[in-house]
Design a protein around this ligand. Sequence first.
Ligand code: PEP
Ligand code: MG
Length: 586
Amino acid sequence: MTRLIHGIPVSRGIAVGPALVVRWEVPSTSDHAIVPAQVEGEVTRLKEALGFAKERLAQVRDRAAVRAGPEEARIFDAQLLILDDIDLVGGSERLIRDNHFTAERAFELKMMEWRGLWSTQGSQLLRDRLIDLTDVEIRVLTRLLGIDEPDVLAGHDGPVILVARELTPSLTVQLDRDAVLAIATEQGTRTSHAAILAHSIGIPAVVGLPDVLGQVKTGEMVVLDGWAGTLKVGPSAADLEDARSGDARHRRLTAQVDAIADQPPVTTDGTRVTLRANLDLPEELDAATHGRAEGIGLMRTEFLVVGRGRMPSEDEQAALYQRIGERFPDGSVIIRTYDLGGDKFPAAFRMAPEPNPFLGWRAIRVCLDHPEIFRPQIRAILRAANKTPVKLMIPLVTRVEEVLLTRAMVQEEAAALASAGIEAASDVPVGVMIETPAAVVIADRLAEVSDFLSVGTNDLVQYTLAVDRGNARLADRFTAHHPAILRSLAAVLEAGSEAKIEVSVCGEMASDPISSWILLGLGYRVLSVAPPNLTLLRWLIRCIAMKDAATCARELLQARTTQEVTAAARAVLGHSVDLALIDPTA
Ligand code: PEP
Ligand code: MG
C-alpha cells in the first residue's frame, strides 16, 4: 500500500530509489567500577580519546570547507568547542577520580547531564543542537570502546535513499552524492546543521517526517520530494510517473532559474527590486552570497544565546556582526536584536514558564528590562557599524516608547564607546519590525522615529488573525492572503513612504512566489528571504511586469475573502509565468 508522509523540505530535488534505514545509536557502555589503581590510566584514556576526536573533527571540518563552504565548516568548530568545555572534560575526569567510573561511563554520564539540560529548555534551536552533542558523543565513545566509526553505507551496493531518525552533521558532510540519492529523517528542522549541510552539498532532503522509521523498511521503494517535503513509500507505477514528470518540471524550472542567477532582479518593465537574505545562523552566509543577496534583511541573533550556558561577549558579537557586514560592503546588514521569549529562551536566563508566552515577556520587552544583555548587543552593533553597513532592528514593537528608549541607549553607548576610545560608529540606523496589529495602526508614528520599517509577516499574520503560527490544525487559516493582512501591508507601506523611509518585508510571505507577486504589486521593493529562495524569487521578478502586479494588487485590496485574493492573484500571475512550474497543485 502506498503511504505519503509529510515533512519539511530542506534541500530541493526529487529522488526515486530503495530505502536504506539506518539506526545508529550512541554505543552503550557497561557500568562496572574501576579500582583506585586504574584511575590515572582511565584519565589518560579519556584524554587520548578526546584528543583523537578533536583530530578527526578537524579533518571533517576541512572536508566540510571543501564540500559545503567555509561558513558551514564552522559547524564543526562548535563541536570542537564542546570537546574543550571545562565542565565536560573536568566533570568527566572528576567522575573517574571521585566515583571510580570508567572513562567511557564518566563521559557518557556527563553527556546525559548536558542532554537533559538542553532538552528541558523548551527551545527548538537547542533541540536542533542535541544532534551535535550526539555527534561528539559517538566519536569519543567509539574511540574509548575500540569500535569502528559508523559506516552507514557498508555492505550496500547501488545508490539509496537514507532513512534515519536524524543525521549527525559529521555524517551528512561525508555522504557521497553518487551513493546517497536523498535523505529522509524523522527529526530535524530547516535550521538543523544536517539540513544546512545537505542543502550545501546538493543532496535532496526532507526532515521532520513523523514516524518514518516505523513506516519504511530497507529495500522498499520510496519517492522523496525535496520541493514538496514528502516521502512516498511503496509508490504505484502512476506515482513513479508523477515523480518523473515532477522532477522534469523542477529541472526545467531549475534550468530557467540558473540561467538568470547572475542577472539583477528587474521586472520586464524595468523596476529594480532589492533582494536580501534572512539568516538564522551564520552558517547560512555562504548560501546568501551564492544566491547573490544584496545584504541581510534579517539576521536573527537568538542562536547566540539559546542553548548556551552564558551570554555571548560583546567582542564575540562585534566580530560576528562585522564578519557578516564585510560580506556586503554595498548592502544593508540588518541585525535584529534578541527576539527572546515565546519558544526561544536561553539557558542562562532560567525563565519561569508563562501561561501565554507569545503574548508574554518577549523580544524588545525583555531587552529593555535587561539592559545588561541589551547594551552589549547595541555596543557590538555600533562597533561593527564603524566600517560595515550594519543596522539595528527591534522586534515585536507595539509602542513608540520602545523605539525611543532603544535610540537613547544607542546614543548613550555610542558616547561611552567614544569616551573609552573604542572604535565604533557614532550612531547606527534603528529600524522597527512591524509584527503586531498595534504597530500597523501606529505605523505612521513609528515611522517618524525609525530609520526603516520591516514587516515580519509571520508574527503579523499570527497576531492579526489570532492564529498560532505553529499550530498544524490551523495551518490553512494561517495565510498572508487574508484581506486584513493585505490592508495592513498597504497601510504600512504608505506610512513608510510618507516618512520617506525604506519599508521591506522579511517574513516568510516574501518567499512564496504568489505572495511575493502580491507584495510587489502593493509597492514593496525590498524583500528578504531565506537563502535557498533567492534565485527563484529573482527569476519570478524577471518574468513579470510591475504594472500588471500593481493593477492586480489594486483589485486584491477590494477582495472580501482569502480565497478571492488567492484565486485572483494566481489568475493574473498565470499570464506571466507557468504556474505549474512553481506550484505543483496548479
Ligand atoms: C516574522 O515574524 O515574520 C519574522 C520575520 O520574525 P520571526 O520569524 O523570527 O518571528
Ligand atoms: Mg517575528
